[in-house]
Write a protein that binds this ligand. Structure first.
Ligand SMILES: Cc1cc2nc3c(=O)[nH]c(=O)nc-3n(C[C@H](O)[C@H](O)[C@H](O)COP(=O)(O)O)c2cc1C
Length: 205
């Protein structure tokens, strides 16, 4: 399977980091076409202390702890509108935008995108391929909510970066991973933990 993953300048770079690591470990995904917005690097620096400015495959492999010669990540520049994910004729399973800023959300919802993340998402919608958007903002204003509704009605899956607590996470890592598992679930990609709620967890209530 091939996927495209976009990282934007919303808070939560760690969700992209863990999702990419899980995709690499899953064995179900051959290639991830990776695209980063300019602000994504700023947020990555602030939140994870990592320098992802002028990113390239080497930098990304080092960040994710992948072997230097790994071909798992195919990195595309944001302004490269001739990149593979910009064409519907390039067959792939779909796209994940994690985390997704309100700016990128609005650009896709308007249908007037200007960069490769916007275009690749637009292609997924027009080709009826899975588009999983992980928005992050709080609180949402009416424009954000309307944009999400519009995208949901156009076929996107809105999977908010709202961590759950019912699995009793002991660390921030566990909190983050649970959300990333739900992202993988959208593509039926296997992962290390079974997150299916069985009803047995609470016993008699
Ligand atoms: C540290 C930091 C955190 C941010 N967090 C968010 C956020 O959670 N949600 C959001 O919509 N924008 C957030 N922003 C603002 C976006 O980065 C900004 O709107 C940017 O223009 C989005 O562009 P992009 O979608 O191309 O990355 C944040 C910016 C910074 C520097």
């Amino acid at each position: 399977m091939e996927l495209t993953l976009g990282i934007t300048g919303a808070s939560g770079t760690v969700y992209a980091y863990r999702t990419l690591q899980m995709l690499a470990a899953s064995g179900a995904v051959e290639t991830v076409h990776l695209i980063m917005s300019g602000t994504a690097a700023t947020v990555a620096q602030v939140e994870m202390g990592v320098n992802l400015r002028d990113p390239n495959a080497d930098k990304i492999n080092r960040w994710l702890g992948l072997p230097a010669d790994s071909k798992f990540i195919r990195f595309w520049r944001l302004d490269n509108l001739a990149a593979k994910p910009s064409s519907g004729s390039h067959k792939q399973a779909g796209m994940i935008i994690v985390p997704c800023s309100m700016g990128t959300l609005g650009a896709i919802a308007s249908g007037a995108g200007t960069n490769l993340i916007h275009r690749a998402a637009d292609v997924c919608l027009k080709e009826s391929r899975r588009l999983v958007i992980v928005p992050r903002e709080t609180p949402y204003n009416a424009i954000h909510l309307e944009n999400m509704l519009k995208l949901s009605r156009s076929g996107a899956k809105i999977l908010p970066a709202s961590p759950a607590f019912y699995h009793r996470p002991q660390t921030i890592g566990e909190l983050v991973d649970h959300l990333c598992f739900r992202i993988l679930d959208q593509f039926d990609i296997p992962h290390s933990k079974n997150t299916v709620w069985t009803g047995e967890e609470v016993g008699e209530v």
